[in-house]
Write a protein that binds this ligand. Structure first.
Ligand code: ARG
Ligand code: GLU
Length: 732
């Protein structure tokens, strides 16, 4: 029989109604034994589920650390050495960087533990145990119950469960809904607060290819950085102190020097942030056709302005590097996501699934009727979705505009918004409320102004206000912009920018601090008279009254519907193993080292080498410059024990299902050794958060041998290598 790619992918789409595909899925570690162990072993894994997750003995999970709550990291020595991505530590690296000590440009390597750099606010969280608490949390809940009553019952149950939980010293408990609120799991955690920077390669290695190569395979980035967890003398969490000692872990990952080959088993362990794999087709259409394009256009505008300034001034480059990367990252991801959904007919795939869903539903209802218990509870779910998604569209679009402009791209508006909260604290809780919040704001403000250029922000403001006025679909939401435009003394969007930026106190640290130094009553009066404050207040109120309230009301209905739809899918497809959407909780995903066919006649191999770095090398370029020391090592082929048949491997890809938050996740071999460091996904598969397609979705990892080579041969930090445990699992 002859298969075309198309008939094959229809077959795959059909099969995936039945079973989750090898590669797809973000699984809960404590359920691997029941759901995945057999599958994993048949793919080549030599471990048991108990080796991965155990509450009785040290297991892989004890080496996996939630880094700052936004990335993953792993312990690689018995002295608490922590490996994560360069881009995860970028904020910290940037904060230690000055023109004199340019760690972004030159890298940083602590010679001794004394030289490791503290990072106030940075946390490292371990998972002590995970439990199914569904019965306790859903006690007293029944189908058809009023939603308000349901929520208040759940809230009470959550409180009661947490109050009764027996926690050890420094332990916390979080309980999270799964499967849209059909199940609940609890996570007992332990958070360390003294996490120091140990080493980072220069940006020309750690961010090689920068935004041009971001989200793209073939890749040649050494995206890693090293930190260390410090603890009190009792090995328990402690605030930063020079007396703290390196943390001793329950488990750390040995590192394999044997590398990877096509088809090797890979396991990626970490904290994926958010996926939406069970959306109805209407939601996906809206994302692709309406919401993504608006967000992409806003960021596109802002990024072009900032990029030009960064290229022109090295000081600006340092100040804006981390902020720019954050905005650019999702800008590009949304472009890839929309393209990928179109290319793989993601909407059509969902529609076909919905047809099958409806047909099963109808059959079930008929069967139910015969038995005298007609199952009408899922009745017209899909029609309700269609109506609600139509209803929510203008509010959802307004919301994206507001969030992108106010919270993400115009820096002054974000800061002014904090000031409105400060005033609210004063109005609700008097001097005490004010002083508490002010105390919390001070750290933010110092950090903010250190990297702030009002001149650049003003340009972004003028450009984005024009987009806001033109793009927000509800005129009452953008009315405050219109009102300023209509003022006789204001000329166009630049006029608005001049009016606000030239008269506000909030563009400078000393101006802001002077006001915050006054008595609370005086400060509040001054703030209320400030043009930036007045503008953000009007903008927020207009958005709140004309879009946010309406959005929330419909969104609540959608959440109820999502919960029912999830349950219906699980009921009607009993042979399929479901995995819950990512929600920043600990997950395991597994797959194999595999290339893919990116487009017609273009096959990608799964491994890149240092040769590829040299092929991309553009001397002096902002993104593709190569460090002379690295060139020298390349020319001498000085790769030591890290070489693979005389070549230096750099990155590889696999079929592991990952998302944002999985950055810094370890790639682990069949035996439990570290083989790589996850940091990205390949372009054609960036839609995997909504529509996972096994034929093209690939995660990108740095080969751990490249990391060791950079630490050892490039940086000369062999004392760090000595701390690690290097193994040869393939040499038998
Ligand atoms: N795309 C990867 C991730 O989502 C890496 C991002 C690094 N940032 C950048 N702008 N190059 O985090
Ligand atoms: N770079 C992403 C992160 O920061 C991981 C890549 C992805 O989204 O898959 O978590």
């Amino acid at each position: 029989m002859k298969f075309t790619l198309r008939s094959l992918s229809i077959l795959i789409a059909f099969l995936s109604f039945q079973t989750a595909f090898a590669g797809e899925g973000m699984w809960l570690p404590h359920l691997l034994k029941a759901l995945n162990e057999g599958d994993m072993q048949s793919m080549g894994m030599k471990m048991t589920a108990e080796d991965i997750y155990s509450v009785n003995k040290g297991s892989l999970k004890d080496a996996i650390v939630h880094f700052g709550g936004f990335c993953t990291s792993e312990i690689i020595s018995d002295k608490g050495l922590l490996l994560t991505n360069h881009h995860c530590g970028y904020g910290q690296i940037q904060s230690h960087t000055t023109l004199e000590n340019n760690y972004i440009q030159d890298g940083f390597w602590a010679k001794t533990m004394k030289d490791e750099l503290p990072n106030p606010g940075l946390t490292a969280t371990f998972i002590v145990r995970i439990d199914d608490v569904t019965d306790s949390i859903l006690k007293g809940i029944n189908e058809g119950m009023d939603e308000k009553k349901r929520q208040s019952t759940i809230d009470k149950n959550l409180e009661a469960y947490k109050a009764a939980a027996k926690l050890g010293q420094y332990e916390d408990i979080v309980i999270r809904p799964f499967f849209k609120g059909n199940q609940y799991f609890s996570f007992v955690t332990m958070t360390y607060k003294d996490v120091r920077l140990v080493g980072t390669p220069p940006e020309s290695i750690g961010k090689f290819g920068a935004d041009t190569d971001n989200w793209v395979w073939p890749r040649h980035t050494g995206d890693f950085a090293l930190f260390r967890i410090y603890a009190g003398k009792d090995n328990l969490p402690a605030d930063y102190s020079p007396d703290n000692v390196p943390f001793t872990p329950k488990h750390f990952l040995p590192i394999s020097l044997d590398g990877v080959a096509k088809d090797d088993f890979t396991l990626v362990f970490g904290f994926p942030g958010r996926t939406n794999e069970y959306l109805p087709s209407y939601a996906i259409e809206q994302t692709v056709d309406v919401l993504n394009p608006a967000k992409i256009a806003i960021r596109d505008k802002a990024l072009k302005i900032v990029d030009a300034e960064m290229r022109a001034d090295p000081q600006v480059k340092i100040q804006y590097a981390s902020k720019f990367a954050r905005i650019a990252n999702y800008w590009k991801k949304w472009i890839g996501e929309s393209q990928g959904i179109k290319a793989t007919d993601g909407v059509g795939k969902k529609q076909r699934f919905e047809k099958e869903f409806t047909s099963r539903l109808t059959k079930n209802q008929v069967k139910g009727k015969k038995k005298g218990n007609a199952q009408t509870k899922y009745g017209d779910l899909l029609q309700q979705f269609e109506t609600l998604y139509k209803d929510i569209e203008p509010y959802a679009l307004s919301r994206d505009y507001f969030n992108e402009v106010v919270y993400r791209n115009v820096e002054l508006l974000r800061t002014a918004n904090y000031m409105t909260r400060l005033v609210k604290m004063y109005e609700n809780n008097g001097d005490t409320g004010y002083n508490n919040y002010k105390g919390r704001l001070e750290g933010y403000l110092t950090g903010f102004y250190k990297d702030y250029q009002p001149r650049i922000d003003k340009k972004v403001f003028a450009a984005l206000m024009e987009m806001y006025q033109g793009g927000v679909p509800i005129s009452a939401v953008s009315a405050p912009v219109g009102a300023l435009l209509a003022q006789r003394d204001i000329d166009g969007y630049e006029g608005i920018a001049n009016h606000i930026y030239d008269n506000t106190i909030l563009t400078k640290l000393d101006g802001t601090m002077r006001v915050l130094g006054m008595s609370p009553a005086e400060a509040v009066e001054k703030l209320k008279a400030d043009p930036a404050y007045q503008f953000i207040t009007k903008l927020t109120d207009a958005y709140h009254e004309n879009a946010e309230l309406q959005y929330n009301e419909i969104d609540e209905k959608l959440s109820v519907l999502q919960r029912k739809y999830m349950k219906a899918q699980m009921d009607l497809f009993p042979n399929r193993t479901f995995y819950p959407d990512a929600n920043s909780t600990m997950r395991v995903t597994y797959g194999q080292v595999q290339g893919y066919e990116a487009r017609d006649a273009v096959m990608y191999k799964p491994v890149t080498y240092l040769e590829g770095v040299m092929q991309k090398y553009v001397p002096g370029d902002y993104e593709f410059d190569v460090n002379p020391k690295l060139i020298e090592l390349y020319e001498q082929k000085d790769y030591g024990q890290y070489a693979d048949n005389g070549k230096m491997p750099v990155c590889f890809i696999g079929t592991n299902h990952t998302t944002g938050g999985n950055s810094g996740s370890p790639a682990i071999d069949a035996y439990g050794n570290l083989i790589g460091l996850n940091f990205d996904r390949a372009w054609e598969g960036t839609m995997s958060d909504i529509n996972y397609d096994p034929s093209i979705c690939r995660n990108i990892m740095v080969d751990v041998r490249y990391i060791l080579f950079i630490v050892d041969k490039y940086a000369g930090a062999s004392h760090l290598i000595d701390e690690m445990k290097l193994v040869h699992p393939k040499r038998k």
